[in-house]
Design a protein around this ligand. Structure first.
Ligand code: SF4
Length: 379
C-alpha cells in the first residue's frame, strides 16, 4: 500500500527528505522547502523593502531554483524587492555558453531583467585563454577570484544593494572543511556568515545556506524547472572536488553531517589575540583587499607578463613589481563604478518622483487598489 504523506496524511508520499527523513507528498515538499527558505530570510533579516537584489544566475540547478523561489517568496510575502538576474560569462566553450542560454530562457520565464558580464570584457582574458596559459592545475584560483570581482562589478553596473547566490548547505559545509584543512582562519570565520559585504558596497548572502543540495535537485525536478546540469570542463582538478567526496561519504553514514558541520563552523570563534588581515582598497582598481594590490590585479599582471604563477601562491605574490603592466583591458576603477551607480540612483529617484501617481482621494487603506506611496502600508 502506498505510504501517506507524514505532514498532510492525505496525499501519497513521493519524497523522502534527506534532512528530516520524513516521507512527504509533492505539495508539502514545495511548502516546507519554500517556507524554510523564507524563515532563513526573515530570521537573518537579509533584505529591506525596496532593495534592488541581483540573483547570481549560472543556469545551474541552485541558481535556477533560487531565482524561482526568490520570485515566488517576493510575491507571496510582499518583500517589496526589485529582482534582477546577474550572470558571469567566464568564457568556457561548451559549458558556460550553453548554460547562459538557459539563463536567457529563465529571464523570459521569470520575467526578470538580466545582465551578463564577461571575463573577456572585464579582464581581457577568457577562462579558455587562461587555461591555455596556466594549464589545468590552478585554473580555478583565477576563475574564483575573477568571478567574485565580476559579480561585484556587475552589481555596481546595476546599482544593486544586494546579491544573493545559490550556495547551499553542502557548499557551505565543504568550504568549512576546506578552510579547516588549509588552516585558513580568517576565511573560516567569514564562510559561515549568511551575509557579508563583498566589495564593501554591496551585501552578499546565501538564502540556501541551510538547504540540502539533494532537496534543491528534487525541487528543480518536481517543479520541472529549466536548468543546465553539465559539469564545468575544468572542474575535475578542483580541490573542492575532494572535499565534496569526503562530505558525501560522511552524509551517507550520517545525513545530519552537513548541518552539523555548519553549526560547528558557526560556533567556532577566532581568539581575540589572533591577528587577522586588515582590509583596505587595492591601489590599482579600488577593490577590497588585504594587500596593497588585490589578488585579481596580481593574477592579471602575471598573465600579462607571461608569469602566470605570480599571485597563485603567497610567496609569488611578493614578487609583484610592475604597477603599470600593459593590460589587454584596463580594469575600471571601483570608485568610477560606484560614482556611476550613485548617478543612476539619483536619476531613478528623480524619475520616480515625477511619475509618482497622485494618491487616490477615496483611499480606504483596507481595500485600496491605487498605486500611491502608501500602498506598502495598506493591509
Ligand atoms: Fe571556474 Fe573551476 Fe568552477 Fe570551472 S570548476 S567554473 S574553472 S571555478
Amino acid at each position: 500500500m502506498p505510504r501517506q504523506c507524514d505532514i498532510c496524511h492525505d496525499a501519497r508520499a513521493i519524497v523522502r527528505r534527506p534532512k528530516t527523513a520524513q516521507s512527504i507528498c509533492k505539495e508539502c515538499f514545495f511548502h516546507v522547502f519554500e517556507t524554510e527558505v523564507h524563515n532563513t530570510i526573515v530570521s537573518s533579516r537579509l533584505f529591506q523593502r525596496g532593495d534592488r537584489v541581483g540573483i547570481g544566475a549560472s543556469g545551474g540547478k541552485d541558481s535556477t531554483v533560487l531565482a524561482y523561489v526568490m520570485k515566488t517568496l517576493n510575491e507571496r510575502y510582499n518583500y517589496g524587492l526589485d529582482l534582477y538576474l546577474l550572470s558571469v560569462d567566464e568564457g568556457i566553450a561548451g559549458y558556460r555558453d550553453d548554460s547562459l542560454e538557459t539563463v536567457k530562457r529563465n529571464k523570459e520565464q521569470y520575467e526578470l531583467p538580466l545582465l551578463i558580464v564577461s571575463y573577456e570584457q572585464l579582464y581581457g582574458w577568457s577562462m579558455d585563454s587562461i587555461v591555455q596559459a596556466v594549464g589545468r592545475k590552478n585554473n580555478c584560483t583565477f576563475c574564483g577570484v575573477f568571478r567574485r570581482q565580476a559579480l561585484d562589478r556587475g552589481a555596481l553596473m546595476l546599482d544593486l544593494d544586494h546579491i544573493v547566490t545559490g550556495h547551499n548547505a553542502d557548499d557551505v559545509a565543504e568550504t568549512i572543511l576546506m578552510n579547516i584543512f588549509r588552516g585558513d582562519i580568517s576565511r573560516l570565520g567569514r564562510c559561515t556568515e549568511i551575509a557579508t559585504t563583498g566589495d564593501g558596497y554591496v551585501v552578499r548572502s546565501k538564502p540556501f545556506k541551510y538547504a540540502y543540495e539533494k532537496e534543491i535537485v528534487m525541487y528543480a525536478y518536481l517543479r520541472r524547472l529549466d536548468y543546465f546540469s553539465t559539469e564545468c570542463t575544468y572542474s575535475p582538478n578542483a580541490y573542492r572536488g575532494y572535499a565534496r567526496e569526503f562530505l558525501k561519504s560522511l552524509e551517507r553514514v550520517r545525513p545530519s553531517a552537513i548541518l552539523d558541520i555548519i553549526h560547528s563552523g558557526e560556533a567556532m570563534h577566532v581568539a581575540a589575540d589572533v591577528q587577522l588581515p586588515t582590509l583596505d582598497r587595492c591601489e590599482r582598481c579600488g577593490y577590497i583587499s588585504s594587500n596593497k594590490v588585490c589578488k585579481a590585479c596580481v593574477l592579471l599582471e602575471g598573465l600579462e607578463r607571461g608569469i602566470p604563477k605570480l599571485g597563485v601562491s603567497r610567496t609569488n605574490a611578493k614578487h609583484i613589481e610592475d604597477p603599470t603592466a600593459n593590460r589587454a583591458v584596463d580594469l575600471v576603477h571601483f570608485e568610477t563604478l560606484r560614482r556611476d551607480a550613485l548617478e543612476l540612483r539619483r536619476i531613478r529617484m528623480e524619475n520616480k518622483q515625477t511619475t509618482q501617481p497622485e494618491p487616490d482621494a477615496s483611499c480606504q487603506r483596507s481595500a485600496c487598489s491605487c498605486a500611491c506611496d502608501n500602498a506598502a502600508d495598506c493591509s
